[in-house]
Write a protein that binds this ligand. Sequence first.
Ligand code: HEM
Length: 370
Amino acid sequence: MSRQPTYWDYLRLDELLSLQGGLEDDESQVSSDELHFIVVHQVYEMWFKLMLRELREARDHLAAPLLAEETVPLVVHHLRRVTRIFELMVQQWAVVETLTPQDFLAFRDKLIPASGFQSFQMREVELVLGLEDSHRLHYGGVDPLAHIREKAADSPAGSKVLAHLEAVQEERSLRSTLHDWLHRTPVQASGPDDSGDSEVVDRFLEDYLAAYSRAQDRQVHRLVEGSVVRPEAIEEKCAAAVEETRSFLFATDVDAEERTWARRVRAGLVFIESYRELPLLAWPRTLVDAVVEVEEQFVLWRNRHARMTERTIGRRIGTGGSSGVDYLDEAAKGRIFPELWAVRSILLAKADLPPLHHPEFYGFARRGQG
Ligand code: HEM
């Protein structure tokens, strides 16, 4: 008769609970404060692990060349799990903060120069989400991935870490699959493979920019009449906003060879966000919201980490040698999905939107049918 599983065998608890011995590999040498420090880090790494699985599932579904409508809720499902994990991870800093500054100092020196900066799973989360190399924050001129590669040479687990990172860098990111999908979004009922699509898209973008410009003019008048700020400053700011909107919509900030692609991606995004009440866009907008929620929680996690650090070590340098809190705050400013944030600055009230062509394409014709 086969053996029945036990709870502890299934979860490999014997092994799991023997991994908190620190550098000495001897838990009796580890103070309760240090045990706490090790456990909270390990728990975070476990959450990273689960999050990575969920992000890859979401990305793989999204990477299908033709995303079936019923698959979008699945992508959202995986992303929502990631968001819930991040929310929990934000809360978890409160547990870390039970470590007083002085208690941390009692064992801090033995960690130097190790640091969360070397968390390869954290780098993996950034890569799978789609952080571009040019946007990865360096400190003291050091690229985190290059640093991990260098340190791997002296570490027993180094070769596994290296193989792991190399494999991740070959993968597609959630951001790039999201862009492919946004690129396919029908704009004014026209898809990228339809003839005349680029004219339809350009016309939509021109109309949108004109509508944005009109809404800005209206705002300028009201602000100039009632604001404490100098009228010229308001006018300058609003004129700059129109130029930034033009640059965003026509992707003039993107390299020439990728501009046409980026323009259609952004047109798809603006279209989904603007006409979000259309039945056919219900899941697409939920998907875009789900990605924004993931990044919002990620940023909150970084912010909360910085505040916890300020409370625990003040403004001293980190165990990894960075400027500490300043570095962490700088990292929290970065965005992996900048377009999804930028579009928020240029959205229009429904009454100001360019007229929608072929509403029946997006499911309005079926409305009210018994
Ligand atoms: C007393 C607790 C902690 C303090 C004082 C602290 C402090 C710091 C500091 C100063 C840095 C900047 C790099 C450096 O110079 O070392 C850093 C980076 C980092 N820490 Fe922590 N940390 C703590 C706990 C944790 C925990 C529990 C995690 C969970 C995994 C974590 C994850 C990270 C990560 C991922 C980075 C890299 C951030 C980035 O490059 O964007 N830290 N930490």
